[in-house]
Design a protein around this ligand. Structure first.
Ligand code: SF4
Ligand code: SF4
Length: 493
């Protein structure tokens, strides 16, 4: 099957409809033109500037001796302290004696004591402001990626850039040094529970604040409900050398077991790049998705590190473990759409979702609606643009017998039932993901005033039937355009 963009029928617009749109359309078009003109001018200026710039060197800004000698890493203050603390190179006369155990105090401060010196962290013991359990848990979350895959500690420990992980006693150890193929169990070390929060509201505020700093664009809290966990999950360990499944260990229907009973789910939403998504369906658009996945793991891993340091259980997850869209709706982050994906007010469907299950009591958020369901009833732009015709055009949302759909739907939910097998088949044909539905959706906006205009229109039920075409008139919602794909590498950065 080869893809040709679907014909899109325009609705019959009455004179009255057009008059109604007149004022809004004129204003938004004017703003749109103004915005585009500004952006285009900025791009041209930036490119011209680049072309006229001659290549310069740091030497024109900084005086550097011609016989500059390369520096030894061991002479940096951090390394001097580290090497001294581990007894590799003791501090020399003339070195600041206070450097002794300085590095390891920083390294182990979050655990409460320094195993190399035997000293306790006095600030943590007194729960001084800025040095409380919550503060150190926060900082641990910040370090999570460095601990897990950072080049710095791993290179220092083992001479390679593989992961370095804290052992059960808090010591950082490189995986290659340990000859470990899997994350060291020590990362799941259980700390004594600390009462960092006075209430569930406080916990919610702190988790959201931390998640934002750790990289999430939106955060909400859902109560844990077993009905949104997968019943079973696929377990398919791979042979580390051949990269093929170790068949004797494969269990396609392993029961989901988090190892504890969660009370809350922290739902994390990540925006995917707008410009790259305009190039769908392609490997360029897929990069926005893959970046989304990496950000999901980074932030959720940090959250799990932080929560475990506070003495609670935590499991971070991306698409695994359970269904994400209902959790995100429950957490007040958006609504379900015709295409089956979450639509957020801020970024539309151009998002990815991660979650962190925990047994911490966190006040949940409430679901909220901003008119997506009503708008999806009349829009159908994703269904028209879908190369595999996988998206349902049915009006009714409650009937799972609405076609086309397939066995990859969880029935029993009021939603549009789509044909996910057709979708994935197209991805195979395309040799990369698709995402056209996300790209063309009128909720997929980046600039605030555009977004506001689109939101405004989608909230006026009488304008719903024409909002999609107004959107197209503004030049939005194009996809599967080789020109956009070529242009991607030529635009300004
Ligand atoms: S393209 Fe239209 S119908 Fe499809 S999800 Fe977006 S708003 Fe709903
Ligand atoms: S991602 Fe799937 S459902 Fe969406 S437009 Fe592409 S083929 Fe259709």
């Amino acid at each position: 099957m080869s893809y040709k963009p679907n014909e899109q029928k325009k609705p019959g617009l009455s004179r009255r409809d057009l008059l109604k749109l007149g004022a809004a359309g004129t204003a938004v078009t004017a703003l749109n033109t103004l915005g585009r003109t500004k952006t285009a001018k900025a791009a041209q200026t930036s490119l011209k500037k680049k072309a006229s710039q001659k290549h310069t060197s740091i030497d024109e800004m900084v005086k550097i001796a011609p016989d500059l000698k390369r520096f030894d890493q061991a002479e940096t203050a951090f390394m001097k302290s580290l090497l001294g603390d581990f007894g590799v190179i003791p501090l020399k006369p003339g070195d600041d004696p206070n450097m002794a155990f300085a590095f390891s105090n920083i390294m182990f401060g979050w655990t409460g004591s320094n195993p190399l010196s035997g000293l306790e962290n006095p600030h943590l013991a007194k729960q001084e402001p800025g040095h409380t359990d919550l503060d150190y848990a926060f900082s641990r979350g910040g370090f999570a990626m460095e601990d897990f895959s950072g080049s710095f500690m791993a290179r220092v420990c083992s001479g390679d850039s593989g992961p370095a992980l804290p052992g059960p006693d808090g010591k950082l150890l490189s995986l290659s040094l340990l000859k470990q193929e899997v994350p060291f169990p020590g990362i799941f070390k259980k700390f004594p529970k600390v009462s960092a929060f006075e209430s569930g509201d406080d916990a919610s505020f702190a988790m959201k604040k931390a998640a934002k700093l750790f990289g999430a664009d939106l955060v909400g809290i859902a109560p844990f409900e077993e009905r949104f966990l997968y019943n079973t999950e696929v377990y398919m360990p791979l042979d580390p050398v051949k990269g093929i499944p170790l068949k004797e260990h494969v269990d396609p229907f392993r029961k989901v077991n988090l190892g504890f009973t969660p009370k809350s789910v922290i739902v994390l939403v990540f925006e995917m790049d707008y410009e790259a998504y305009k190039c769908q369906p392609s490997a360029i658009g897929e990069t926005a998705t893959s970046m989304g996945y990496s950000r999901m793991m980074e932030t959720s891993l940090r959250m799990a590190y932080m929560i475990r340091r506070l003495g609670y259980n935590a499991r971070h997850a991306s698409n695994d473990t359970g269904v994400s869209v209902p959790l995100a709706i429950q957490a007040g982050l958006g609504e379900c759409s015709r295409m089956g994906l979450l639509v957020t007010e801020e970024y539309g469907p151009r998002v990815r979702i991660a979650k962190v299950y925990t047994d911490m009591e966190i006040t949940p958020d409430n679901p909220k609606s901003f008119g997506v369901k009503a708008f999806c009833e009349v829009c159908m732009k994703c269904a028209d643009a879908c190369p595999s015709k996988a998206i349902s055009k049915a009006v009714k949302t409650t009937d799972p017998d609405n076609k086309p759909h397939d066995a990859c739907n969880q029935v029993g939910v009021d939603k549009w039932y789509n044909n996910h097998q057709k979708c994935i088949s197209f991805w195979g044909e395309n040799w990369s993901e698709c995402g056209v539905c996300i790209s063309v959706c009128p909720y997929n906006k980046i600039e605030m005033w555009h977004h506001d205009a689109a939101k405004l229109i989608t909230r006026v039920p009488k304008l719903n039937s024409v909002a999609r075409y107004l959107d197209e008139a503004f030049g939005y919602g194009k996809a599967h355009d080789p020109k956009l794909m070529k242009q991607y590498w030529k635009g300004r950065v």
